[in-house]
Design a protein around this ligand. Structure first.
Ligand code: SF4
Length: 236
């Protein structure tokens, strides 16, 4: 069984594949609480609707439009239902459509389960002020996200990094995060580094964003500041 919050076709609004026609499968449930979360309705574990695996695959097939570039498994936090994501992604790949996972990568074991059936991976690194988890649990979260990054690049998946920057994000912890990432991962192993400004809440100013850009640039010159396209064009 799988709990799906919604399934819809729209324009990919984030990351290195922004602008592509995409079928979004939004999994229900996320135990975390980033203060800038923009999918609050999908956070409760009992949100959305429960489907059998066969029914979920039928839904995907019925909703797949022509010229769809990829199917994006998102949330909530899709890894909460890792087993189901794995099965659905396998099904999508059998239709010769690329699969995409966007996750905070909080659990390397669950990530490893899904990975063989995912073509594009967005690893979102949370900064301490995101309120994703409390201070005590933050190092474990980071460790898992780094592990996921290592596993994904070792498997030669198209992997990119995203960090949401808001007006509360501090530069020093961000620099430490960069050190952790690039001490073990070379720039040739990743397909992008996206700085995404938060939208509608604690929005960072341009100077602030450029400070973060400047911090990444010495490690990775292809860093990009990319706002969420879907918010600008009013797409879901
Ligand atoms: S991990 Fe994602 S879905 Fe969960 S609270 Fe944070 S932003 Fe929202």
């Amino acid at each position: 069984m799988v709990r799906i919050f919604e399934i819809f076709t729209s324009v990919e609004g984030e990351g290195i594949l922004y602008g592509t026609k995409t079928l979004f499968v939004r999994l229900a449930g996320c135990p975390f609480k980033c203060f800038y979360c923009d999918t609050l309705d999908a956070l409760p574990m009992d949100s959305g609707k429960e489907y059998s695996f066969e029914h979920a695959c039928r839904l995907i097939e019925e909703n797949l439009q022509e010229n769809t570039y990829k199917v994006n498994f998102t949330g909530g936090e899709p890894l909460v239902q890792a087993e189901s994501v794995m099965q659905m992604a396998k099904f999508v790949q059998s239709k010769k459509i690329p699969t995409y996972l966007e996750s905070s990568c909080y659990d390397a074991e669950k990530f490893s389960l899904v990975l063989p059936y995912i073509d594009f991976i967005k690893i979102e690194f949370k900064t301490p002020e995101s309120e994703f988890v409390d201070e005590k649990h933050y190092p474990t979260l980071l460790e898992n996200a780094i592990k996921c990054l290592h596993i994904a690049v070792a498997k030669k998946k198209t992997t990119y990094i995203k960090v949401v920057i808001n007006s509360k994000t501090k530069l020093e912890p961000f620099r430490k995060l960069l050190e952790k990432i690039f001490v073990t991962t070379s720039k040739s192993q990743i397909a992008g580094f996206i700085i995404q400004p938060s939208y509608g809440i604690a929005e960072p100013g341009l100077d602030n964003l450029l400070n973060f850009y400047d911090a990444v640039y010495p490690y990775y010159q292809e860093v990009r500041i990319v706002p969420q396209l879907q918010k600008i064009i009013g797409a879901p």
